[in-house]
Design a protein around this ligand. Structure first.
Ligand SMILES: [Zn+2]
Length: 156
């Protein structure tokens, strides 16, 4: 059973801007995600893309998965995931949108909790974050978790 409320079928988009946002949703390989991947790859980090991190009963795909370090990265779109900087509530069909966006946030938090319980570290990146800054955060977490004592390699 779902822990969050689903708002029912989407109403027709009320204007071209909303229509554009709705069309883009769910697409893989968005521009902010590609920029982050390119920056991490440049730093020599390797990861799986659009993969369900194993260990939970949720079928939620993360945008980037670092299996060894058990780090899952989500690149969240500002509109759908209610970024605090670019918060935008469509005026038409306001009730539907309020429930819809709240359900996405609730689902995000449920995903975070399920992954944390399975030993994953979740990094959420906003689509508006500069790719280098986002890569710094991801890189730092992956690096720290790769150095965990259980994985340490004996020195010379
Ligand atoms: Zn934003």
């Amino acid at each position: 059973m779902s822990a969050w409320q689903e708002p029912g079928p989407a109403p027709p988009p009320s204007n071209p801007a909303v229509a554009g946002i709705m069309r883009r949703t769910g697409r893989r390989d968005t521009r902010p995600e590609l920029a982050l991947r390119r920056e991490l790859h440049r730093r020599g980090l390797r990861y799986l893309v659009d993969t369900t991190p194993p260990g939970t009963n949720r079928r939620r795909r993360a945008d980037l998965v670092f299996r060894g370090a058990r780090v899952a990265v989500f690149v969240d779109g500002c509109f759908w995931h209610s970024c605090p900087v670019h918060v935008h509530r469509p005026k038409a069909n306001a009730t539907w949108w309020r429930i819809k966006l709240a359900s996405i946030t609730a689902r995000d938090r449920d995903t975070d909790a399920a992954l944390a319980a399975a030993g994953w570290h979740v990094v959420r990146v906003w689509e508006h974050e500069p790719p280098v800054a986002a890569a710094d955060r991801v890189h730092g977490v992956v690096h720290a978790r790769q150095k965990s004592p259980s994985r340490a390699v004996a020195g010379p």
